[in-house]
Design a protein around this ligand. Structure first.
Ligand SMILES: Cc1cc2nc3c(=O)[nH]c(=O)nc-3n(C[C@H](O)[C@H](O)[C@H](O)COP(=O)(O)OP(=O)(O)OC[C@H]3O[C@@H](n4cnc5c(N)ncnc54)[C@H](O)[C@@H]3O)c2cc1C
Length: 431
């Protein structure tokens, strides 16, 4: 009997395969790379461990915890109270900035506070049409101009009015007036936001999670890149010329990558929906440096448009990732797809980091550059309709999509685990 074929051995594909195998469903996972885990991989170099980019685990659902316990991974994860800050005009203040402006320059603080009070007093029942209107309505002009607009424009490489509201609710908490006032005066210390605590492996990098799942599989085939998908006849073509048939197909690779591999001619509306998908890549400059970290924070956000990076992390502040007396740095910068000189951007990010006093270049021992592509889906006003059309087109041809990039959404590792489980339930012979 032909198997359930899974394209992609990242966290979503691995969990789906583990659940299917457990249910006795014949399954094959095809993974392009030599190691499983996709965006959740880690690499080691001269005693330093780097994640492909900062990956911290937030677990909100009991079934995720139960699953990780079952795999013996839960007890290997240490809980950390978030230490994160936002740096504006050279002044650092705790994240989230909307309730913590006390560390900022007094004039910036005044702008933020007055802007919030005006927005709070003017609150209308009208639904904002885009991210720009939403931010102004919710946080006011000062926080918009000093943080939300420059930060999100840098990350998404889009103007705030180009972004829809489909992604914001869960990730950008709305403060009360008292919290904002207390935060301007430095009076409260309560954590706000979806990620006030996180878990991270006590030793080794985040690849602990995918490796823990992959270790249970007998159906994982590495270095098997799918180059062509024949929907009508139900078979895939691999880079080495091998052909494999399927009974059911689960794709966890990015939605545009899947569409680009469809061999049969596409209806024009499908091709147009594919062209409408917009995303950014993320460059991660990972550094292993001698000496103590220049900051005790886990990570820092940089909205300043003059700086090439939007976030800088110090992963060895939450994991055993560097030789004794040394530290690791993870610098993230956003890039348009397919264009831009990666090495020039990495070099620019490195010198800007040194300029910001966060790197002593003479102490640099290891430097690795990785690019995640795609990294963030751009939630513009075309996304929802384009994704619905592509999903329906694929569903009618027997293809299931699961995961952050296959479903073309914004989600985290916990969602990848849950997406993998859900897909397996739908595809299992037992189900
Ligand atoms: C910058 C950034 C920071 C993040 N930080 C966090 C965080 O702190 N916490 C958190 O919980 N989540 C974070 N995430 C999200 C997290 O990475 C994802 O939710 C999760 O990795 C999704 O896993 P996936 O299996 O769906 O996709 P992927 O990891 O992309 O897996 C897809 C797999 O398909 C393979 N593949 C691609 N094309 C082919 C092909 N043609 N043939 C065969 N195989 C192929 C790839 O090699 C890959 O292994 C972050 C993501 C990014 C981009």
């Amino acid at each position: 009997m032909e198997p359930v074929l899974i394209i992609g051995g990242g966290l979503t594909g691995l969990v789906a395969a583990e659940q299917l195998e457990r249910a006795g469903t014949p399954t094959v996972v095809l993974e392009r790379e030599a190691t499983p885990g996709g965006a959740c991989r880690s690499l080691s170099d001269e005693g330093y461990t780097f994640d492909y980019t900062g990956h911290l685990l937030h677990v909100a659902r009991p079934e995720t915890q139960a699953y990780l316990e079952e795999l013996g991974l839960w007890r290997q994860l240490k809980v950390h109270r978030r230490r994160a800050a936002v740096v504006i005009g050279g002044h650092a203040t705790p994240y989230p900035v909307q309730i913590n402006t006390h560390g900022l320059d007094p004039e910036v603080r005044r702008d933020c506070l007055l802007g919030f009070v005006h927005a709070w007093a003017d609150e209308t029942a009208e639904e904002p049409a885009d991210f720009r209107a939403w931010v102004l309505d919710r946080f006011g002009e000062g926080l918009a101009d000093h943080f939300f607009f420059p930060y999100n424009s840098k990350l998404y490489r889009a103007r705030p009015e180009e972004l829809s509201l489909d992604w914001v609710g869960r990730y950008v908490p709305k403060p009360k007036l008292e919290e904002v006032v207390d935060g301007a005066l430095g009076l409260h210390d309560e954590d706000v936001g979806y990620n006030a605590t996180f878990r991270y492996p006590a030793s080794g990098g985040i690849s602990l999670l995918p490796n823990g799942v992959a270790g249970r599989l007998s159906c994982l085939r590495l270095e098997r890149e799918v180059t062509g998908v024949h929907l009508g006849e139900r078979w895939v073509e691999l880079a080495d010329g091998e052909q494999l048939g399927w009974r059911k197909l689960l794709s966890t690779i990015s939605l545009p990558a899947l569409i680009d591999r469809l061999v049969d001619p596409l209806p024009e509306e499908v091709a147009a929906a594919r062209r409408a998908l917009r995303w950014v890549r993320v460059l991660n400059l990972a550094l292993g440096v001698e000496g103590p970290a220049p900051s005790t924070e886990h990570w820092l956000y940089f909205p300043d448009p003059e700086l090439p990076f939007y976030r800088v992390g110090f992963p060895s502040n939450h994991g055993d990732l560097a030789p004794p007396g040394c530290h690791t740095v993870s610098v993230e910068a956003s890039l348009d797809p397919g264009v831009g000189d990666v090495e020039a951007l990495a070099a620019g990010a490195q010198s800007a980091l040194a300029g910001a006093g966060l790197l002593e270049e003479g102490a640099l021992r290891v430097r690795r550059v990785t690019v995640l592509d795609p990294a963030y889906v751009v939630f513009d006003h075309h996304r929802r309709q384009a994704v619905a059309l592509l999903r329906d087109f694929l569903r009618q041809r027997g293809v299931t999509l699961a995961g952050r990039w296959a479903e073309w959404k914004y989600s985290a590792m916990e969602d990848a685990v849950l997406d993998g489980m859900r897909a397996a339930r739908n595809l299992s012979d037992a189900g």
